[in-house]
Unconditional design. Structure first.
Length: 262
């Protein structure tokens, strides 16, 4: 097989895989504009009425606020913890960094069911009631991994001579970190925060085990689909979740790319 034919075959296979993954999602997004309350393909008429009806649903609005609050708080906490963890381990031996990175990445490397059960057992053993606090703590565990990975990757590319030069000029280690290292890490931290926010916003498995009476938007979708209710509203909510998730991911990738070129 010639090189051009091989490339064509690879492009065809990649396109088929992408179509298999994205086509069902695109169909759901299109159904959000279906005027009918019954999903029938092809769609006979389009309307925005379900967008207005969904926004008027107080349960959906409350779930959206909970999702935004949890994702925002988890991202802020994770940005602090992940940055400190990366900076603290950057000066250690490669062996210590590998061990520390292994344990830090466990919450996101393990299946969500295992992480959710582990967090549920932890809070139950300590007799901590399941509230917004437990939900934020659970989300912070896997959001920290994203921040840590971004910051650690950036730290490995920074020359140590910059911090040493600042210390030679009289700067304390803390002043050198805040005036030299931290500004250089800002792009990686912000891109990691955007990715962490998107990851937290659409999380459903860990939230199931740690939410208690709180209902996030993905949990509302899961419950509505399981009961077969509010399907037109579900399509609209899925449309909104995809939009909210894709925007920070795209921005985060662009910031990470720009930071890597610095």
């Amino acid at each position: 097989m010639s090189g051009s034919m091989r490339n064509l075959a690879l492009w065809g296979a990649a396109s088929a895989v992408l179509a298999f993954l994205l086509l069902p999602l695109l169909i759901v997004l299109v159904f959000a504009f279906d005027a009918s309350s019954v999903q029938v393909w092809p769609i006979h008429s389009f309307s925005l009425k379900w967008f207005y009806a969904t926004w008027a649903d107080e349960e959906v609005r409350n779930a959206l606020l909970v999702s935004l609050e949890v994702a925002g708080l988890a991202t802020l906490l994770a940005s602090v913890l992940g940055t400190l963890a990366a900076v603290g381990m950057n000066g250690l031996s490669s062996r210590a960094v590998q061990v520390g990175s292994f344990f830090l990445t466990l919450p996101i490397a393990l299946p969500g069911v295992l992480t959710g059960i582990a967090m549920n057992s932890f809070f139950t053993a300590l007799e901590i009631p399941f509230t917004m606090v437990t939900l934020v703590i659970a989300h912070t565990t896997f959001c920290t991994v994203v921040i840590y990975s971004n910051v650690m990757a950036r730290l490995r590319r920074l020359p140590r001579s910059l911090l040493e030069a600042a210390q030679d000029m009289g700067a304390t280690p803390f002043r050198g970190f805040t005036s030299v290292t931290l500004p250089l890490l800002s792009g990686s931290i912000v891109s990691g925060m955007l990715l962490a926010f998107a990851l937290s916003f659409d999380e459903v498995i860990v939230s199931t085990f740690t939410s208690g009476s709180e209902t996030t938007l993905p949990l509302w979708i899961f419950g509505a689909i399981r009961l077969g209710q509010h399907m037109p509203e579900v399509n609209v909510v899925v449309f909104a979740v995809v939009a909210v998730t894709l925007l920070p991911i795209i921005l985060g990738q662009k910031l990470a790319a720009s930071a890597s070129r610095e």
